[in-house]
Design a protein around this ligand. Structure first.
Ligand SMILES: Nc1ncnc2c1ncn2[C@@H]1O[C@H](COP(=O)(O)OP(=O)(O)O)[C@@H](O)[C@H]1O
Ligand SMILES: [Mg+2]
Length: 268
């Protein structure tokens, strides 16, 4: 155990008060067949913060986001969102109000190629609300403005660059004005300039929408640009979580090694 108070190590005696944290994972277990992905996942997310979730490929970052919005069931433990025990929801349709408030921006934009940008962004609005067309048009224009692509409503995905596709995907993700945005590898495949742009967007959306952001990424430049706190997943649980600077100078060589890109602590 370290004596760094800013970092919560596993084994910390502080008990999370799940009922009062905005998002809480408490003692969550998850396996696929014999493959155990999580054993005792504990994490608290505060309202309004930007928390970056890092960890090696295949460690379970996407699985964590999917459990939060009920796309994957947990095996044990609890997940709370804004005072509601969401991990106990059984019917998929009962998850819809949760998914209305928590948007997931998927790995890859996965736009519908046959639809215009307008119809792509309007899609979740049509699915979840019955709005008059002029209100839909207003919201689509607003979101395109927010992601820095005003006026491209009539373009098709094939006409867009990789960076633009990601931003349109983001506009679609926020079309319904969610309180929480889950970014799953938002910069994968982008050059440094477009990567920086996505970071800028994450910050400006967080400001504008007063939302809570969970950013799963292994792009450390994005982490340093946007994170209030960092959570490091390793070996089926949160190995450490804390403010960015505290994590960079963590006494845990694995945490520092991952953040600084030093492979030495990982060789066994
Ligand atoms: N639906 C699924 N069925 C079976 N195995 C899965 C499923 N989703 C994820 N996994 C496995 O769980 C592990 C964690 O996956 P994932 O969360 O996608 O990792 P990452 O940290 O790279 O996002 C991986 O080994 C993956 O193969
Ligand atoms: Mg993933």
């Amino acid at each position: 155990m370290s004596d760094t108070t800013a970092i919560t190590e596993r084994g910390d005696t502080t008990q999370p008060t799940a009922e009062h944290a905005y998002i809480t994972f408490r003692g969550v277990d998850k396996a696929f067949g014999r493959q155990r992905v999580y054993q005792g996942l504990d994490l608290e997310v505060q309202r309004g913060e930007t928390l970056c979730v890092i960890g090696p490929s295949g460690v379970g970052k996407s699985v964590m986001l999917k459990m939060l919005i009920g796309l994957l069931p947990t095996d044990a433990g609890e997940i709370w969102f804004d005072g509601q025990l969401v991990s106990d929801i059984e019917e998929d349709q009962d998850y819809l109000p949760v998914r209305r408030r928590i948007a997931m921006v998927f790995q890859g934009a996965a736009l519908f190629d046959s639809l215009t940008v307008y119809e792509n962004i309007a899609y979740p609005l049509r699915e979840q609300f019955s709005l008059p067309e002029d209100e839909i048009a207003r919201r689509v224009a607003e979101k395109l403005e927010w992601v820095g692509l005003p006026g491209i409503e009539q373009m098709k995905p094939a006409e867009l660059s990789g960076g633009m596709k990601k931003r349109v995907g983001l506009a679609r993700g926020i079309a319904t004005d969610p309180e929480v945005i889950l970014y799953d590898e938002p910069t994968t495949g982008l050059d440094p300039v477009n990567t920086k742009r996505i970071g800028d967007l994450i910050l400006s959306l967080s400001d504008r929408m007063h939302c809570t952001s969970l950013v799963v990424t292994h792009d450390m430049s994005t982490v340093f640009q946007v994170a209030d706190r960092i959570a490091f997943i390793y070996d089926r649980r949160i190995r450490a979580v804390g403010p960015t600077e505290a994590m960079r100078s963590s006494p845990d060589a694995l945490v520092r090694g991952f953040i600084e890109g030093d492979p030495a602590p990982f060789e066994d």
